[in-house]
Structure formats: C-alpha cells, structure tokens
Design a protein around this ligand. Structure first.
Ligand code: SAH
Ligand code: SF4
Length: 363
C-alpha cells in the first residue's frame, strides 16, 4: 500500500525520506508543495529530481478523505461531509468572517465520552481519525475555497470542536497540530489554533508539553454533582483536578486565559446561583466564558435556555470581571453542525432534528 504523506508531520516526513535514502531538505520541499501550494500531483513538483518524483509516484500518495456531500449556507458557511470508511462520516465546517476564516474539524468518528447533551456522544465511539484525515480536512477546505486575493489560504483559524474528543486521539491530533503550525505547511499562529476538551486531565499536561495551542475546556457545570451527570468523564477527573490542570496549562499556553465553554440547558445549569458558584470555582484560573445555547436533537432530555436567561447568566459573570460571550449561530439553514449529518448518513430514518454550528468569536 502507498504511504499517504498527509499522515506525516515535518519530523515524521523527514524520517520517512531518510528511510528512502533522501536528504532532509527534500522533505521540506515536498511539505511546501503539499501545504503551501495545495499540490497532490508529484509530477507537478517541478523542483524535485525526476528520480525522486518517480520514487514518490511508486511509494507515496497525497490523499484527503473523500467528500460525500458539500453544502453552503446563505451566510457563506460551508459544510463538507467526509467519508472515513466502513459507513462512518464526519463533518468539517468553514465559517467565513470579515477578518478571518475558521475551520471546525473533527478528530474522531463518534465519541466514547457520552456527555448527556451531545448527539455525537449518543452515537458512541467508532474510531480515531488518522493524521491524514484530520489535516486533510484543512487541506481539502483550503483547496476548495481557494486562496485569497493576497495569496494566502482562507483558513486563518482552526478549532478542534467537531466530532470527537481530540485529547483521546492524542498522537494524530498532535501531528495534525504540528502541520497547522509549521512554517513549511500552514504556519498558523498557536493563538489561532484551539483544542477543545471535555477535561482529559493527563492529556492536557501532555498537550502543553508536546504542542501548546489555545485551550477551550467544556465545563458546563459549577459543581461535581451536576458535572458528573452532564460530562461523565468528570467522575474520573473531578473539578478541582480540572482547575489545577488549567492552571498548569497556562504556564506554557500561547494565550493567558482558558476559554470555558458552557452549554446553556434550561432549568439545569442556568440559574444566577449557579453563575455565582462558577465564579468561585474559577477564581484562580484566568479565563473567559463562552455560553452556548443548547442545540436540541431527538431524544435529548434538555431544552435550550431562553435568551434572557442566557444574558442574565452572562451579566453575573461579567460583573465578576469575567469576559463572557454568547456563541453566535452560523449556518443554521444547512444545519451545519458537527455530528448531525454523520448521524443522518448512518440512519436516515431516525434523525429529524437539527443542530446548529456555533463558533467562538474571540480568536
Ligand atoms: N469533545 C470536545 C470537542 C468537541 S464538542 C469537547 O467536548 O470539548 C465541541 C463543543 O460543543 C463542546 O463544548 C460541547 O460541549 C459542545 N456541544 C456538544 N453538544 C452540544 C449541543 N447539543 N448543543 C450545544 N453545544 C454542544
Ligand atoms: Fe464527546 Fe465532546 Fe460530545 Fe462530550 S461533548 S460526547 S467529549 S464530542
């Protein structure tokens, strides 16, 4: 089988080239062709020796996941449904804004962590995506949209907030992150690449040491009793451990705050009392909050909080000097939600509800 070069970060590609008897700078050249030029045809890599191109044609390929469907919303949000084999599909969503282009990528088909309010979690875990399948989402989307007038790729920000828990697919996630940051690949700033985690504490430390990027933590509750119910991994890594991990992360983080994501569930976690409890909880962690109005799905046992309740919650946090945003809805006319269409492909008859993609605004 041919080696998919999208599976390698710069270091891994250099090692592979060495194994083929090639010099390290050849790996750098090929990396630039793949990511800076979006090239997938070795014959077009005009500054490589013919013999090297022949070797690559024989032994390697550049293969992003196959796109099953593509949709564009009236606000310009694009969504791709990607085939990742054996009946599995994941979604990638591109959200254009005046000053940036954000791609929301998936890291796993399904998710094992089974958060009570998450439709991806309800699908269960299928498998980890490979590095090629993760970075391939960025590569494919950039090529599809095409370069800006200034010659730059349109994707300036990446958020790992699609399907799956990135920190439970650690190696592939880090290799993909390395490619997003590498100057011979996409060269994005660490501040513009965000990993979102439900709180896999040991892997947060590993990420800080391996590849510190901006961090979002899915908090969703102000105490262990409620968080154990909403985010079951809290039973393994309770809040005092999670808060300490956030503090340790910030020592090396490219930003000086953690973003706490907080899904607003009517009557469950949205009271003023709970907002006050949150303020106490995060007292020692420099942070911002992003409130996400819940996106209902069939069989979900929760309702979205009313907007005035969300705003009241925000105001309590803001009065304690915690910068708090309410996540903006994008692409709702095509249900551009991570996880939604993947579910529809697997079982077209059962799913009727819509989820909506919503993306951080502060990056
Ligand atoms: N597994 C990671 C990243 C993917 S989920 C994590 O949990 O952080 C991305 C974000 O969407 C998380 O904050 C998650 O809690 C939130 N989310 C999941 N289901 C949702 C729903 N039905 N409505 C609103 N937000 C949801
Ligand atoms: Fe997994 Fe994140 Fe969904 Fe929880 S919210 S089930 S961790 S994808």
């Amino acid at each position: 089988m041919k080696q998919n070069l999208l599976d390698f970060d710069a270091q891994q590609l250099t090692t592979w080239f060495a194994e083929q008897g090639e010099k390290p700078f050849r790996a750098k050249q090929v990396l630039r062709w793949i990511y800076k030029n979006g090239e997938s045809n070795f014959d077009a890599m005009s500054d490589l020796a013919k013999s090297l191109r022949e070797m690559l044609n024989q032994k390697a390929c550049i293969q992003a996941p196959t796109v099953m469907r593509e949709e564009t919303a009236s606000d310009g949000t694009h969504k791709w449904l990607l085939d990742v084999g054996t009946g599995n599909a994941v979604e990638t969503v591109y959200i254009p804004e005046a000053d940036r282009g954000t791609l929301c990528v998936s890291t796993q088909a399904g998710c094992a962590l089974d958060c009570a309010f998450c439709s991806t979690g309800k699908q269960g875990f299928n498998r980890n995506l490979s590095t090629a399948e993760i970075i391939g989402q960025v590569w494919w989307a950039n090529r599809q949209i095409g370069k800006n007038a200034d010659g730059n790729w349109p994707i300036s920000n990446v958020v790992m907030m699609g399907m799956g828990e990135p920190l439970l697919n650690f190696e592939s996630t880090v290799s993909a992150l390395n490619l997003m940051l590498d100057d011979n690949a996409y060269g994005l700033s660490r501040r513009r690449v965000t990993v979102s985690t439900s709180g896999v504490v040991p892997a947060m430390d590993r990420l800080r040491d391996a590849c510190p990027v901006a961090l979002a933590v899915s908090l969703h509750a102000p105490n262990d009793a409620l968080r154990n119910e909403l985010v079951p991994i809290n039973q393994k890594y309770p809040l005092h451990e999670l808060m300490a991990a956030c503090q340790r992360y910030l020592v090396k983080a490219p930003r000086d705050f953690v973003t706490f994501e907080y899904v607003m569930l009517a009557g469950v976690n949205d009271s003023v009392q709970q907002a006050r409890e949150l303020i106490d909880l995060v007292r020692d962690v420099p942070c911002k909050f992003n409130l996400i109005p819940f996106n209902p799905f069939p069989q979900a046992p929760y309702l979205r909080s009313e907007m005035d309740v969300v705003k009241r919650f925000r105001d309590v946090l803001m009065q304690a000097n915690i910068v708090t945003t309410i996540r903006k809805v994008r692409g709702d006319d095509i249900a551009a939600a991570c996880g939604q269409l993947a579910g529809q492909v697997q079982d077209k008859t059962k799913r009727t509800g819509q989820r909506i993609v919503e993306i951080h605004r502060e990056h």
